[in-house]
Write a protein that binds this ligand. Sequence first.
Ligand code: ADP
Length: 484
Amino acid sequence: MAVLGYVSLRQWETSAELLFREQARDVAAMAAEKVEMMLRHAEDAFLDRVQAALEGGDVSAPTLDALLAQAPLVRRLYLVDRRGALLYPAAWRDDDARVFEPVLGRVARGFRERGGKRVLVDGQVCLAVVLRARAEPVLVAYSRDVDVLRRDILQTALAALESATIVAVLDQDGRPVYSRGPLERAERVLSVSFRDDLPSWRVAVYAPPGASPRAAVRRQVMVFMGAFGVLLVVIAAGTVLTWRLTRRETEMARLKSDFVANVSHDLKTPLSVIRMFGETLEMGRVSDDARRQEYFRVITREAERLSRLIDNVLDFSRIEGGRQRYDVTPTAVEPLVRDTLEAFAYPLGQQGFKVEVRVAPDLPEVPMDADAVGQALANLVDNAIKYSGDDRAVSVEARIEGADLALSVADRGIGVPKAEHARIFEKFYRVGRSDTQGRRGSGVGLALVRHVAEAHGGRVTVESAPGAGSRFTIRLPLRARDGR
Ligand code: ADP
């Protein structure tokens, strides 16, 4: 597209340039013709008057002085006879002899005898021969006044010329004698020479700054390049965005399939334990009462684990589908904490956890969906057990913080790197495999906790560092959002 655009701009430039030059040539030719016509007209009138005076036999200085005074365009006038003797004025003025005499010396004999025709020599001196009926011919030599020429001829002829370009007249050295506008930054398009009347001068046409087709094309190229640059940036940004979205989608797909595998595994483990112990009991092989009791406890505990897991998955799917409802009622905090920990009494005790519970005295009843908050708390306790190393301690705390009830669960386990703090609350997300190695999980536990907290108008936060343990805190407002 860039190449195509560039090529067509170049073609446009070429044809515009051609057209522009053609027009400029027309303007210049017209200007030259107009100037020459006016000049010829003025000089012919002057020479006619000189001829009339000479015809009348009057070559007296006062008559010619008067004629000269009426023709400001003629700066100096000299009349010379056939032999080269000066008829008017009596002597050369200033150093005119140096300028005029060589020219007169070079005039061919034929020119003198034939008469008429005006010629311009050296760009300074004009010659004409006036033939007289009963007297010998007189050679008329004159020079022009450049200031008058500029004012009366060039200015008059060219000022009215209609053209967007600048028309100028240059002398034999290329210096501008007249120009219709400033030439400093203008670009010369072309020049044509005058014909007989100003042989060494030229009419030049200039394009005002920025008006030439080349400048216009240059501007277009800039605009085009700018637009193309913007287009490239947009395409690049789009590509990066698409790539990032695709990467996110791929990651999400991977997380989902991990989730299915993890949940299936989590379902299978307790089920096989239940089945094994159930079968053993069924076969009546256990005679010892205490052991039978122990087997029943194991079955109950594994069944509890199963229903917690299924609750999590079902709640999660309800949240995803926007179908989750919370039934908010004033709830006593202490029994909620106690009941939740009760469900973990067996694994906590069996794995030798040091458990610390601190519930502030005189806590008011707090509006909440007790089941949902209980489940969120259970998820935090479950994680605290799951992600503990050798230092096994869990502490659960309930206290008032400003206008919130703060429920904290802390452990001294493996901890979470700072960079992961935000991500662990995302659905399906689990910290890198090596960190959670050997610990099964679905990755929806904390997503659920966050949803429950936010649905109550509260939030959940984490303070944690690798190896230093973690503290998760759910904050619930003491007054429900709708003012109840
Ligand atoms: P999972 O089922 O994997 O436990 P969660 O949503 O409950 O899913 O937790 C997400 C991730 O956060 C976990 O995989 C784990 O890497 C990290 N995590 C959660 N709780 C803790 C904790 N108490 N200590 C260390 N890491 C934790």
